[in-house]
Design a protein around this ligand. Sequence first.
Ligand code: IMP
Ligand code: MG
Length: 184
Amino acid sequence: MVHLLDKDIERVLFSEEDLSRRVGEIAGEITRDYAGREPLLVSVLRGSFVFMADLVRKIELPCTVDFMAVSSYGVGTSSSGQVKIVKDLSENIEGRDLIVVEDILDSGNTLSYLLRLLEARHPASVRLCTLLDKPSRRVKPVELHYSGFSIPDYFVVGYGLDYAEKYRNLPYIGVLKPSVYGGE
Ligand code: IMP
Ligand code: MG
């Protein structure tokens, strides 16, 4: 860790090397599973932009990308069940094989809403790919096809994940010091 923001990090959970290796493995699974097809990868902004950029470069298939931004009306470190579409997709997804790319699956509130909305547009198939999963926090069940790492209930930042919009530019994933968000 040699980054100006390191001082706010309690410890590193996944190094750049860990992330690169695991992202390569997931890309390999997708490449095998979608052989002969042309998936459309949908990145849920903003948290998944770093994961998406690395993942897509390791998928050895013709594929297209699109972006969607949602905001869940959460305060601090948790989301609520209310989700607002801030930016919709540019592509027509009817008949397409979608892979929804997320940074982290937490309560499942954001994703269960989003998946319902996308399915109403009649894609051929929808699968969910998340870099991180916090199963102990799940409130809404969500079917997960590709998952990078399962983690305990820590609040993590880096590699796209933020706290108050900051720390997305850390190249690793770390646990934020509770003192940064007003904890003990
Ligand atoms: P959910 O609706 O509770 O599943 O929340 C999903 C969203 O909450 C993610 O896309 C993240 O933006 C955010 N989130 C959940 N846990 C964390 C975390 O540990 N660090 C940073 N963002 C998080
Ligand atoms: Mg966020």
